[in-house]
Design a protein around this ligand. Sequence first.
Ligand SMILES: [Zn+2]
Length: 300
Amino acid sequence: MPPHHQKGWTMLVNMREILDDARTHNYAVGCINTPTMDLLRGIVGAAEDVGTPIIIDHAEVHDPLVRVEDIAPYMIDFARKAKVPVAVHIDHGVDPTFIWRGIRSGFTSVMYDLSTLPFEENLKRVTEFTGIAHSLDISVEAELGVMTSTLHDSHGGPAAPADIRETFTDPDLAATFAKESGVDALAVCFGTVHGMYVEEPKLDIEHLTRLRAAVPEETALVMHGSSGVDFDQIAQAVKAGATKVNYYSYLSAEASRFAAQLVAEAGKPVFYHDLTEATVEHIRTTTTELLTVFANGHTF
Ligand SMILES: [Zn+2]
């Protein structure tokens, strides 16, 4: 029996259960968008290879690519059949209609992202939502601070100011927000941006340490915009208390790079199914390296 079964976990789980275990043992759980079947197969396969729990998510900005009602049955089926615990999560939900469509489709967790609103408004709306979501056994993530984005971003968000520190999450406000809203996870800013990096990112690990010390222990801290951050800095952030790490842009672009190279080097027509099979394997090995960094030496 796999160890996760011994813990009494079913494989489709509430995000809170996954994050509680990760916080307790100081490892991080990857949260990766799965808008295509190839990404879904590669990412869940990698989590099984490493033995780590995983969060797969559908972003509101990806809904025009594939509707949440269409992708949810696949994501949930993969979660149920996985050899590791999997949470199925809404990423950067802003529009309540989209969020409720996700919940109705069976998602076990929601990021309600009102980070562009003033603090009081963000807190008020997230608190209201969290009360309802928790009564339905759905986990909630919110965001505080404004995560900026690059030209190659898929999530949107404002461009970075000259001094990125202006966007950092304030530790006292984060503590108040977490206590009053009751969210399970809080996305915070300490140096990452969404999308692909134009210049070398530098995380402020001391700022993350201050955030971790200020925010109640039961609230997991989340790092978004991790694509392109070197593994050493990611490892430091995990050690300092980043429990959920969102990652997508680099992995997606790397899959395309691999597929393009495979076609270019084949010297003959390539069947699409052979291309996707090889790409799924590449996504799986690339994600395995990543999830191993997130595991922070923890054996599952
Ligand atoms: Zn994000």
